[in-house]
Design a protein around this ligand. Structure first.
Ligand code: 5RP
Length: 220
């Protein structure tokens, strides 16, 4: 199966979590795997009260399909969040932010009782860090943050022609040695001007659904 077919397969597998509930408010991530999931949501429409979206792109898609998109501030409980990832290790710790929506994604992951990550097997790694770590920065801090990333052993590259939904910039940090993802996530969070870093280690996924090349789904 090709990668698009695997994305569809794993998106379909995630519907199981919606079928377990009624009147569900569901957090929706961003990216091509999530897009495949959004396309399937009309098949379980009667189970869903509304969605909390992590990006303008996902919001537009949800509204086009006729779903209510709710503000997180207006929601008391968020039982479920479905999102993809750029990398996932054996402990469901993730790198996210390839699509630049990492800040809203991290907020929704924190708010949700259960975070189900959906990936194809190309995203599974023994050690996080081959995918460059996205960092959302306030524009005036970008050079200072870039120097701090060099001091941490990384190679920062500004993401060209990209502004986040929050009006900020993304720096993609290559070649970081991520031996202790929780410690590094917290260390990077301490730097002023950084809004969010793409390590989802302190709050990783509860379960990752992985589509293998044969189309079989593994739950990790
Ligand atoms: C967006 C993300 C996405 O989840 C991540 O980039 C994976 O995207 P895709 O499903 O297109 O491979 O973190 O900010």
């Amino acid at each position: 199966m090709n990668q698009d077919q695997l994305k569809n397969k794993v998106a379909e597998a995630a519907l199981e979590y919606i079928n377990q509930k009624d009147d569900l408010i569901i957090g929706i991530g961003t990216g091509s795997t999530v897009n495949a999931f959004i396309e399937l949501l009309p098949t379980v429409r009667n189970k869903i009260r509304g969605c909390v979206s992590s990006s303008k792109t996902s919001t537009e898609k949800l509204l086009t399909l006729g779903f209510d998109v709710l503000e997180l501030n207006h929601v008391n409980e968020l039982p479920l969040y479905i999102d993809g990832a750029d990398e996932c290790d054996a402990h469901n710790r993730l790198i996210k932010g390839g699509g630049g929506a990492l800040t809203q994604e991290k907020i929704i992951a924190e708010a949700a009782s259960k975070f189900i990550c959906i990936v194809d097997e190309s995203k599974i790694v023994p050690l996080l860090g081959t995918f460059p770590l996205p960092i959302e920065v306030i524009p005036m801090a970008r050079s200072m943050v870039a120097r701090k990333m060099v001091a941490l052993g990384g190679q920062p590259i500004y993401r060209e022609n990209f502004i986040t939904d929050n009006g900020n910039m993304i720096i993609d940090v290559h070649n970081l040695k991520i031996i202790d993802p929780i410690a590094l996530e917290q260390k990077i969070n301490q730097i002023p001007g950084i809004v969010t870093n793409g390590l989802f280690a302190r709050r990783g996924a509860n379960t990752t659904l992985i589509a293998t090349s044969s189309g079989k789904i593994i739950k990790q």
